[in-house]
Design a protein around this ligand. Sequence first.
Ligand SMILES: *Cc1c(COP(=O)(O)O)cnc(C)c1O
Length: 228
Amino acid sequence: MTMPVAANLAELHARIATAARAAGRPPEAVAVVAVSKTQDPAAIEAAIAAGQRRFGENRVQEAQAKYPALKASHAGLELHLIGPLQTNKVKEAVALFDVIETLDRPKLAAALQREMERQQRRPRLFVQVNTGEEAQKAGVPPGEADAFIAACRDRGLAIDGLMCVPPVEESPAPHFALLREIARRNGIVGLSMGMSGDFETAIRFGATLVRVGTAIFGARRADQPVGA
Ligand SMILES: *Cc1c(COP(=O)(O)O)cnc(C)c1O
């Protein structure tokens, strides 16, 4: 079987460049997190061979099974956690991930701070905002985001960005606009928003990171809930 991953990545970068230029932004202002959940190492290797270096996984355990070996054989990989983080997995997450995009509650902030101190390893942190206020979805409610960001900063945690996963059944644009506004008023630069189906819209609203899975790797073997 040939790997369409390289061709998919080339097409993705072309679409990103077009969307960025249309928004008056330089294409290099938008980075791709290749979402490799459920994909096997061969598919990830194909993406690495095509020049991809940033990857996202939504489960700590799955990432632990795949990425230590990949990181050992490829310098410069940057691994993002894009799924919910339980406090009992914080130790493993701090050891493995370079960016944790799903910080969303005080207890997790406290656990991350302790563990980062203990390991002397500082993954960059993004706060996940539940812009749709969906009961089943992770993320801090929009109305509590400013206070939560301030509380993280008070305990010495730098917040590099915000992340959201809009409700599937709604137009994503208002959610991206809301995330951008929360970032702006808190002086936050990073905006992780946009997936295979809506990254062009996200770029229009200022995304600095787009998290793209199926448009790179094709359909996932077992479909998994997104951002739950
Ligand atoms: C799976 C996942 C993605 C990628 O979704 P695609 O539609 O395959 O591009 C992005 N973000 C999160 C949080 C995910 O869980």
